[in-house]
Design a protein around this ligand. Structure first.
Ligand code: 5HY
Length: 243
């Protein structure tokens, strides 16, 4: 089984970290392909970044389709371009936010999300509403860490994240925490140990959900709104995307 894991931002060290996390949890016969767009923001921390990165995600899906991938993972907590990506393929496409919410709802009655900048919390809240998990989530908390601070080995990202998770554990009446950034993929085990409660990160969750869907022979439905886009001419820089 071939799973294409896409880091929608253009920071190679974060792409490598996400790839390592995906490979760590992948089943024996799963091959992980990891990539990032050629163009786009080094980190995704706003609606604008999201919109631009979504085009990069679609470019990677088009590449994956040419290579015959069996499933895709969008490894940014905003799930940028998720529905548009599903239109381009019969394969399952899993966003790490959606995957994290599903797994948290399976092991806890209530969970909280701990993310990066406060301004991105609204993006997670919109996804909770869109996916129907608002009542499962007590709070979306922010550490106010810029995304790329997670790539700074000399920084205090871990301590800031741990302290916000501790506040969530003490104050939110929850049973689990969902980490709100693909760049937190390597911190799960340490946080789980230090917090003594379930901590879920979306890259692992999405890879395992993708494997389950493919092994069940389930893919993106082509009946209704996720059918392939109607062929039409595209102009300018997207001319070769059209017919
Ligand atoms: C992510 N940004 O997972 C999101 C996190 C966020 O570049 N990778 C990013 O803050 O929304």
């Amino acid at each position: 089984m071939q799973i294409h894991v896409i880091n929608p931002n253009t920071t190679a060290s974060m792409t490598d970290k996400i790839g390592a996390c995906a490979n760590r949890v992948a089943a024996e016969h799963t091959q992980i392909h990891v990539s990032q767009p050629d163009s786009g923001p080094v980190s995704i921390e706003s609606h604008f970044d999201e919109a631009v990165s979504a085009v990069g995600v679609l470019e990677e899906i088009r590449r994956g389709e040419a290579l015959g991938m069996d499933a895709y993972v969008i490894a940014c907590f905003g799930d940028p371009g998720l529905l548009a990506a599903r239109e381009l393929t019969r394969a399952p496409v899993i966003g790490i936010a959606e995957a994290g919410f599903h797994l948290a709802a399976l092991i806890s009655t209530r969970f909280s999300v701990v993310t990066t900048l406060a301004r991105t919390a609204i993006i997670a809240e919109h996804l909770l509403d869109q996916y129907g998990f608002r009542h499962n989530c007590r709070r979306v908390r922010a550490t106010d860490l810029p995304v790329l601070e997670l790539e700074n080995p000399a920084g205090n990202a871990y301590q800031a994240l741990l302290e916000e998770c501790q506040r969530a554990r003490e104050e939110d009446g929850i049973g689990a925490i969902v980490l709100g950034c693909g760049g937190m993929a390597d911190l799960t085990e340490r946080l789980t140990h230090d917090l003594q409660m379930p901590v879920i990160e979306g890259v692992s969750a999405a890879v395992k959900l993708a494997e389950s869907l493919v092994s069940l022979g389930l893919g993106t439905s082509k009946h209704g709104d996720l059918a392939f886009p109607r062929p039409k001419p595209f102009s300018g820089r997207f001319a070769d995307w059209g017919v």
